[in-house]
Write a protein that binds this ligand. Sequence first.
Ligand SMILES: C[S@@+](CC[C@H](N)C(=O)[O-])C[C@H]1O[C@@H](n2cnc3c(N)ncnc32)[C@H](O)[C@@H]1O
Length: 322
Amino acid sequence: MSVTSGQVVEILRAAGEPTRLRILALLFREELSVLELCTVLGQSQPRVSRHLKLLAEAGLVERFPDGAWVFYRLAAQGGGRALVEGVLALIVPDDAALAVDAERLSRVTAERGAEAAAYFARNATHWDEIRSLHVAEAEVEAAIHDLVGEAPMGLLVDLGAGTGRMLTLLGGLARRSVGLDLSQQMLNIARLNVSEAGLAACELRHGDIFDTGLPADCADLVTVHQVLHYLGDPAAAVAEAARLVAPGGRLLIVDFAPHALENLREQHQHRRLGFSDEEIGRWMSDAGLAMEAATALPPARAGLTVKIWTARRPALADRSAA
Ligand SMILES: C[S@@+](CC[C@H](N)C(=O)[O-])C[C@H]1O[C@@H](n2cnc3c(N)ncnc32)[C@H](O)[C@@H]1O
């Protein structure tokens, strides 16, 4: 996308300051809360917020409040995005200032990851109980069944499989299924559940949703059930999930609509307080999928609406006709 010379000057002015360039380099890695940016940059919140305001005004970053937290990410498109990417690409990979920030950021994300992992390890044995505290699980599962249908499929991949509920729910339709999770404790329980359900062709793997190691276009259905709100970079997880979807296949994401239950952050390690249709739709279409449905299931208790989003990768015939 082209911009005017005046806009280029404004963009360069906004990016042309050491702290602001550091912020852009950090947000290029992943979306971050203001507090996390302050920790990594070692600067006060008012200072960091002032820089962020200037970057947002120049269209270089997007601000999105999420409950009591405010997150920032690089603007998805536009001339500013191209310019920022170009500038960051010019910087030597071992640039001293940015290397320190990257190191601090990896400490922040490792801490976040360790807290979440400890939470899942602690709660693995009664996870199915915890799951049903917030939502009418039977209703969600019936809606998933309706959306997926009864047609047999080749490969089902469930990312963030937890105790294996999606696999036991849908695995009967698939010739083969793969469940992937970072928590060994969760996987142990999933193995038990999958075997009790008689799903012999189901493989449970230890792995990361951001880097599944699975081949592109391999799955007829990829499910991501109640995982995105824990993640530092949900957009990257959706991109990786979508990469696995074969032509004509589908991605099914279940998570919460935007809500205000701030206590879920402290008590249950949630990072994001739900997702809008617009946000999920954008990530899906960025990954080449066409959104099919966004089903809302009203709260079982005040405040939490479960959403089921499905999207399809166009079949090869559709693509050549287009
Ligand atoms: C809330 S549980 C949901 C489990 C299951 N999908 C369900 O709905 O019952 C979230 C799961 O995501 C897993 N998880 C979190 N971060 C992950 C990552 N980066 N890669 C793979 N799994 C992850 C956790 O270990 C946990 O089992």
